[in-house]
Write a protein that binds this ligand. Structure first.
Ligand SMILES: NC(=O)c1ccc[n+]([C@@H]2O[C@H](COP(=O)([O-])OP(=O)(O)OC[C@H]3O[C@@H](n4cnc5c(N)ncnc54)[C@H](O)[C@@H]3O)[C@@H](O)[C@H]2O)c1
Ligand SMILES: NC(=O)c1ccc[n+]([C@@H]2O[C@H](COP(=O)([O-])OP(=O)(O)OC[C@H]3O[C@@H](n4cnc5c(N)ncnc54)[C@H](O)[C@@H]3O)[C@@H](O)[C@H]2O)c1
Lengths: 207, 207
């Protein structure tokens, strides 16, 4: 069982290795990669040891191989079907962001309750009435549901997603959703980032 | 010097302790708080040891005191002036989110280049022309700049913020910005969250 803190570093490894692949770098030492990641070389080696034997003493890691392997570990060799419920500012920003599809997270549908938004075209999707949410999830084998509705509507949307068999929920509404433990729940707390910034401003002596 | 991984847990401690304060819980054991946080009790104690002596053997922690203390460590007892550059979907969603101001991060201005958006009212702010960005930052002592413009515009916006003396940049555009090392730079990679979800879907055997 891999600790959460290690799981959270994997996407960052993947991004950095991806950049190295683009720059045609063939090999990298654990120290150099660790420096890029802002961690110690021993932490990096411990992280990767959870998943197998990578790299060679004296050589370092073969960039392309490690990149592919981390991609596999992250489950990126398959595609995932995704929907967004709540097509307001945040929902539309997420719907328009091309990087999700690049990683294999395919937006299959966007839902709202506002008649002014229903029928509006967002890239390859037309906003649909939330009435059809559960049938759509089942018919299209949706894996991941993104919740970007106001906080008072979030739990009810989550309940409907769960009833329809969704496997994971990415929640942006500022509420603690109750879901069965077999459903993966990720709460996005953007305010945490600002608090990290204020900590670092204070550390630098900006008061 | 506090490791990044510990700094990143502080906002989560703050949120959870805040909920305990709201529920009028007076004390909590390190084990219970660690369970809420999804970490071990020893990890929790190590985290808090970076900042001082908290809690008492056999008693645990006084919730209100620990909450206030972590708030102070996070620099939340002061306010921070913030601007958003790029008033598209994502910028407007961030401008409308009430939780930032609740934590003392006050949105002072929103900027765009699109004449259709300039002059539009967003909560207490009117969208301004990006032409006035640097003067505004200096005149209003802006601490934090949020970048939500398309990737091709991001570096130039960052350069202007830096020139005007901004202390921290929170970047949502998918580019690696170059800023002087005394400027705090936080890159928001929302796709990392999806990769964390696909890892956990794979771990649960959904393939
Ligand atoms: N987590 C964070 O850090 C963070 C940051 C910004 C916004 N938010 C949150 O994200 C959510 C969306 O923010 P926004 O600025 O896009 O708000 P918004 O008001 O622009 O959009 C909400 C949309 O949800 C729709 N909606 C309401 N009830 C619905 C339902 N039952 N089913 C489907 N759609 C429904 C509305 O019609 C609207 O279009 C809010 O909960 C906000 O608090 C969170
Ligand atoms: N980091 C992530 O995970 C993530 C997720 C979603 C979106 N994004 C990114 O966030 C950014 C905004 O996304 P969006 O969906 O809101 O895009 P959008 O096109 O709706 O908004 C961009 C806005 O920036 C304005 N703009 C362009 N150049 C400008 C300049 N020089 N100064 C000021 N304003 C300028 C445009 O007029 C527009 O209003 C994009 O870079 C997008 O890729 C990132």
């Amino acid at each position: 069982h891999v600790p959460m803190v290690v799981i959270r570093r994997l996407p960052k490894y993947y991004r950095y290795l991806g950049e190295l692949v683009e720059r045609k770098v063939e090999r990298i030492s654990s120290q150099t990669l660790a420096d890029m990641m802002g961690i110690s070389a021993s932490q990096l080696r411990q992280d990767l040891n959870h998943f197998g034997e990578f790299g060679q003493q004296g050589y370092g890691y073969r960039v392309e191989d490690l990149y592919q392997e981390i991609g596999r570990i992250l489950g990126l060799e398959k595609e995932y079907n995704m929907i967004i419920v709540g097509a307001g500012n945040l929902g539309q920003a997420l719907a328009n962001y091309p990087n999700f599809a690049k990683r294999g997270f395919v937006l299959k549908g966007v839902f709202d309750v506002n008649p002014k938004l229903i029928g509006l075209k967002l890239r390859d999707n037309e906003i649909m009435d939330t009435d059809g949410l559960e049938d759509f999830i089942r018919a299209n084998k949706i894996d991941i549901g993104i919740i970007t509705v106001p906080k008072e509507a979030a739990q009810e949307v989550a309940d409907r997603m769960v009833r329809a068999g969704i496997k994971a929920i990415w929640n942006f509404a500022p509420v603690d959703l109750k879901v069965p433990k077999e459903v993966i729940l990720v709460n996005e707390h953007l305010a945490d980032r600002l608090m990290e910034i204020s900590f670092r401003l204070k550390e630098l002596g900006y008061e």
